[in-house]
Design a protein around this ligand. Structure first.
Ligand SMILES: *[C@@H]1O[C@H](CO)[C@@H](O)[C@H](O)[C@H]1NC(C)=O
Ligand SMILES: *[C@@H]1O[C@H](CO)[C@@H](O)[C@H](O)[C@H]1NC(C)=O
Ligand SMILES: *[C@@H]1O[C@H](CO)[C@@H](O)[C@H](O)[C@H]1NC(C)=O
Ligand SMILES: *[C@@H]1O[C@H](CO)[C@@H](O)[C@H](O)[C@H]1NC(C)=O
Ligand SMILES: *[C@@H]1O[C@H](CO)[C@@H](O)[C@H](O)[C@H]1NC(C)=O
Ligand SMILES: *[C@@H]1O[C@H](CO)[C@@H](O)[C@H](O)[C@H]1NC(C)=O
Ligand SMILES: *[C@@H]1O[C@H](CO)[C@@H](O)[C@H](O)[C@H]1NC(C)=O
Length: 634
């Protein structure tokens, strides 16, 4: 195998030398491999890759301005969201970019023009090429990588890839190259709580909200909110009582990645204890790329998210969509979700003539044979409790995905993400070293993704302090896990938060040596909500489940009531809320959390302080104020 590889490489070098030399520039590089992956061998030179070139989208430099125009409370155009067609037209790659890349593939790569296709959306040029051809085109080497946990393999190129200097400005990124996009982790910390009831399921090594033992107490009254959180506790904490008025107009979606799944009978177990009128209610399954409910799948995340979104909305009349993403063979990533929500983001022509984007169609036995591109109309609010560390991904990949959250937000959608369950670092004390690599015991903070993307609303976690009443101020969570938060290494400080973050860093300087956290990065979370000891029905029994996994759906469900009220009086949904909630207009809309911290990386992390902080954001929702302020906006 190796010999063969060398031989082919030699030929490649000769072939390249024979042509006019082109000046190449590094287009994307990765500093470190995502945790767990090791190269095991050079890729076979004749293996065929679906090479996909994402073309640069024009007008992205105006994305923030377009969004502010419809999302800032001072803007006369507040709430006047764009149609999906206007979004697609505005960001469709130019003919010049298409030609520059096509010419490069044909002339430099000797890829026949008949092998190259433009995706239906006009956003990607795709061609099936051999590893050998790809290595010549991109000035790189492809390896097969293996994951230490389960031995699964992934094809990727090593360290970086290169493009001719005149082509690079027309390209966002190329796949498959540096990206390891398959596995998203749930936001929960790695250690399972000891199985008190003796029947705790192994919810998997990677992640997951923390699941406690079986609960036998009857948590029904508000005296025990410091021991277990129920719907009633959340209603009192956030003053959240609301009956939907426009359920036919409003939409909310909860995202789950297969094999995370739920046992439908658990809804009725949950409702029987906490919301009798909802017995029989179920979420509407909206599959993307073959998403199905898997018997025996991991039930903690889905059960938590869905029971609390349905329960907090509290009415059978309001449909809750379950975006179940990925088939049980391949699983899926955030990009697969976005493919499903936006045809223009997808590598395929739109589902008619599916082109593999690296995952779907899934050729494995039992795999989903289609690829869903723009098959789902995005709900007004989309809540996700999964995430990565920024160091798992490449900057270009994150920027493209983040821009997509922004583009979809232009149409009036709010993306709500949990901020992570490992304080300022990664799971199991994995933080960054000076080369930006993820190492156990690293001293440099490791931010999560996509919380650092300015176009999502990142939600941290709080808790009721033991021995305190539900009406007492909450603290940043300190039992079981620390709230994810900090400053991005990829996304610069967002304009909407400049004042709030400067206030924090000036009044309460964290006192870390330069380089421990990124003082110019986007700070998050933006807001927070309780995330400790939620009473959840799992396979017929109640468990206490913890994590920002709980905080994100709680916040999303409360915000959905705001959308309902606006829709009921003929206004638009709120869409991208960040510029509004950080503005002085929204003073008082959040309960400021001023106690606690988010330790990791051998430090206490950041401290929760008056005003915004990188532990609990602006604070927890004060529903009546949030509602009345959003109702005042046009
Ligand atoms: C690449 O190969 C796949 C599978 O054979 C095929 O479906 C697809 O149309 C090909 N793509 C192009 C651009 O030729
Ligand atoms: C649920 O309700 C049943 C019946 O009322 C009760 O026995 C049980 O303790 C409750 N469980 C919880 C966790 O509240
Ligand atoms: C959460 O539950 C655990 C037991 O599962 C308990 O030790 C802890 O005190 C609880 N904390 C709160 C604040 O409810
Ligand atoms: C960071 O860790 C990686 C992987 O262990 C190592 O190769 C690199 O040399 C380390 N960098 C520094 C500055 O310690
Ligand atoms: C800090 O963040 C900025 C983006 O705001 C980025 O350009 C820079 O590389 C980051 N620094 C480090 C050390 O990652
Ligand atoms: C769902 O939960 C019930 C108990 O409420 C259990 O009997 C059943 O086996 C579970 N189904 C699956 C597929 O795990
Ligand atoms: C404040 O947070 C600390 C943990 O950081 C906790 O021990 C303490 O009980 C909290 N106190 C209040 C009043 O919230």
């Amino acid at each position: 195998m190796l010999l063969n590889g060398f031989f082919t490489l030699g030929v490649a070098a000769l072939a390249l030398a024979a042509r006019t030399p082109v000046k190449r520039v590094a287009h994307e590089t990765r500093r470190s491999l995502p945790t767990g992956w090791t190269p095991v061998r050079r890729a076979e030179p004749d293996r065929v890759l679906p090479l996909s070139v994402a073309l640069v989208q024009p007008n992205l430099e105006h994305l923030e301005a377009y969004l502010l125009d419809v999302s800032h409370p001072d803007s006369p155009n507040y709430g006047q969201h764009w149609t999906p067609a206007r979004v697609a037209d505005t960001f469709r790659p130019s003919a010049e970019s298409v030609e520059a890349v096509r010419t490069w593939l044909v002339e430099d790569g000797q890829i026949g023009a008949d092998r190259i296709a433009l995706s239906g959306s006009g956003a990607w040029l795709v061609a099936n090429v051999t590893v050998d051809e790809a290595e010549q085109l991109l000035g790189t080497e492809y390896y097969v990588y293996q994951h230490e946990e389960d031995g699964r393999e992934h094809l990727a190129c090593h360290q970086g890839y290169h493009l001719p200097a005149h082509v690079s400005p027309h390209v966002d990124l190329i796949t498959p190259t540096l990206h390891f996009d398959k596995k998203v982790t749930r936001h929960g910390s790695a250690e399972l709580a000891p199985a008190l009831g003796g029947s705790a399921k192994n919810i998997g090594k990677v992640a997951g909200p923390q699941v406690g033992g079986v609960v036998h107490n009857f948590f029904s009254d508000l005296e025990t909110c410091d021991q277990a959180i129920t719907l009633a506790c959340l209603r009192v904490l956030y003053d959240f009582v609301y009956t939907p008025l426009a359920p036919q107009k409003n939409t909310i979606g909860v995202v789950e990645y297969t094999p995370q799944s739920h046992n439908a009978s658990d809804f009725d177990v949950f409702f029987a204890n906490y919301s009798k009128s909802q017995i029989g209610e179920r979420p509407k399954l909206v599959p993307i790329d073959g998403g199905v409910l898997v018997a025996g799948g991991d039930p903690a995340e889905s059960s938590l998210d869905l029971q609390y979104v349905l329960g907090l909305i509290g009415s059978k009349k309001q449909e809750v969509q379950l975006y179940q993403v990925g088939d049980p063979v391949e699983g899926a990533s955030f990009n697969n979700l976005l493919d499903g929500l936006d045809k223009a983001f997808c590598t395929s022509g739109g589902g008619d003539d599916p082109t593999q984007d690296g995952i779907y169609p899934d050729t494995a036995g039992g795999g989903y044979k289609g690829e869903d591109c723009g098959t789902v109309k995005p709900a007004n609010i989309i809540s996700t409790s999964y995430g990565y560390q920024e160091a798992d991904l490449t900057p270009a990949y994150m920027q493209r995905q983040c821009a997509e959250y922004g583009k979809i937000s232009l149409t009036g959608v709010t993306f709500v993400y949990s901020s992570g369950d490992a304080g300022v670092g990664g799971r199991q004390n994995v933080c960054l070293n000076e080369s930006g690599e993820q190492v156990t015991g690293g001293k440099i903070f490791s931010p999560t993704f996509p919380g650092g993307c300015p176009y999502v609303t990142s939600v941290g976690a709080t808790q009721v302090v033991p021995g305190h009443k539900v009406t007492d101020p909450e603290s940043a969570v300190f039992q079981r896990f620390p709230s994810g938060g900090g400053f991005s290494n990829v996304f610069p400080r967002a304009n909407f938060q400049k004042g709030a973050v400067a206030n924090y860093l000036e009044k309460f300087p964290p006192g870390y040596a330069p380089g421990i956290f990124n003082t110019t990065g986007r700070g998050h979370p933006d807001v927070s909500a309780n995330g400790l000891n939620f009473s959840v029905a799992i396979d017929g029994e109640f468990r206490l489940v913890s994590g920002t996994s709980a905080s994100a759906p709680t916040f999303a469900a409360i915000l959905s009531a705001v959308n309902d009220a606006r829709l009921a009086i003929g206004k638009s949904p709120v869409g991208w809320i960040n510029p509004a909630i950080y503005s002085s207009f929204f003073t008082g809309a959040f309960n400021d959390i001023t106690n606690g911290s988010n330790p990791n990386c051998g430090t206490q992390g950041f401290l929760a302080k008056p005003g915004w902080d990188p532990v609990t954001g602006l604070g927890t929702p004060n529903f009546p104020k949030l509602l009345s302020l959003f109702l005042l906006l046009p």
